[in-house]
Design a protein around this ligand. Sequence first.
Ligand code: SAH
Ligand code: SF4
Ligand code: F3S
Length: 480
Amino acid sequence: MYDNNPTLVGIRKEIDESRQGEAFYLERADNSIEGSRFFYIESYGCQMNFSDSEIVASILAEAGYRPTRAMEEADLILINTCSIREKAEETVRKRLRLFDKLKAQRPGALVGVLGCMAERLKKKLLEEEKLVDLVIGPDAYRDLPALIQGAEEGEKGINVLLSREETYADISPLRLDSNGVSAFISIMRGCDNMCSFCVVPFTRGRERSRSAFSIVAEARSLFEKGYREVTLLGQNVDSYKWENPESGQLTTFAELLEMVAQLDPTLRVRFSTSHPKDITDEVLYTMARYDNICNYIHLPVQSGNSRILELMNRTYDREWYMDKVRRIYEIIPDCAISSDIITGFCTETEEEHQDTLSMIEFANYSMSYMFFYSERPGTLAARKYPDDIPMNVKKRRLQEVIRLQTQVSFRHNQADIGKTFQVLIEGDSRKSESEFRGRNSQNKMIVFPKVKGLKPGDYTWVRVNEATSATLKGEVVEKT
Ligand code: SAH
Ligand code: SF4
Ligand code: F3S
């Protein structure tokens, strides 16, 4: 679900996490209204950030701002940022340089930094980037209209307070660049795991779960608008736990999944991300019970070696993770599993790196997001361990991981040739207007020639005829 790191392969490149680093724009709604002010927003980072931009858009719309796709026309330029790796921050700084130039041509326009970089750098961002007018952390978006007003009066605005309660539960996100078929629903915020490499607990604060009722209501409203797939989002969805303030009753993630799945059998349910330590059998059995809960789990391993996992503070070891993978394939035999992998973490030896390679084979990941370790200031690892693997070694190991994962993805996809899958049509294929694209339950993108009568949002049966490591190709068939 991550930033603009180009080092990723796999079939989901173009979906979900993939919008990484791409600017993500809003349609200009109506430019004929006199006196209305326009905002432009770009998002980087994980899907949670994209989801937050939709909340920000909703707050701004409420305050009378209108969206535009053209940054040159905007009165307010916002960039929703990511801090996960150094490179993610560099990309954002480049964009800020560009906005600076734009501002020179458009006096009065304001530039605001939102998200994780705002939270991490706080006041420093105002000092370093002289032309930034607003700095707003992920829990402070309700304060945006007031801060904008202050900035219009010449006062730089900053609010980076983290909250223990904020879930934006009552805000109905303004869906951006939507295909009208699949949408993301944020079910929790923050993260209480202290993976030693990770900046997220510092930028997003404490974990909190959103009201189950508001999640179900959002899913229902999306379904009524024609959406046919929702992805429940959180850094660690399996630790979702919501206590009903009136009855005191607890809702677990498995229960929430079931509540959403029961809305309608034609509404697909996905979720991301699962932490291996928290995904329960109950979740797996719930997935197996409902056809509309997709058979796909993103289960980041990070490393295949127990010593490194311990240094990473992942709280599971190699054997424990392998047992989890066995359990998934046992309960949901046709489940696809994907992963996140970091190479060259502090003190990692060649043998330990080999353990990561063998894990890719063992787990038979359908795809992975792969990164070399990037030390983040303030994290446990930065404070405790030396970042001692030379860059060329980190990168070489990453190349080895990518090469192997590409082979495993290819094999995984080849094994689908001849099989027939139910596909939810998302729209035209990237390459041709005469083809549709859609995904199967396992989250694999399948491209197939259009057939009369079918449209985005419809389900159809597709037999796979061809496969690369990234995509499946097929044709519409009668259900067998
Ligand atoms: N909550 C998710 C991951 C969020 S961050 C989880 O626990 O799995 C997304 C991914 O970025 C992580 O899974 C990890 O693989 C990668 N990542 C995080 N910090 C990193 C760092 N300092 N260097 C390189 N990759 C990192
Ligand atoms: Fe970061 Fe770990 Fe939390 Fe994921 S679970 S966001 S990797 S601290
Ligand atoms: Fe990046 Fe923040 Fe997400 S650091 S990965 S945008 S939670």
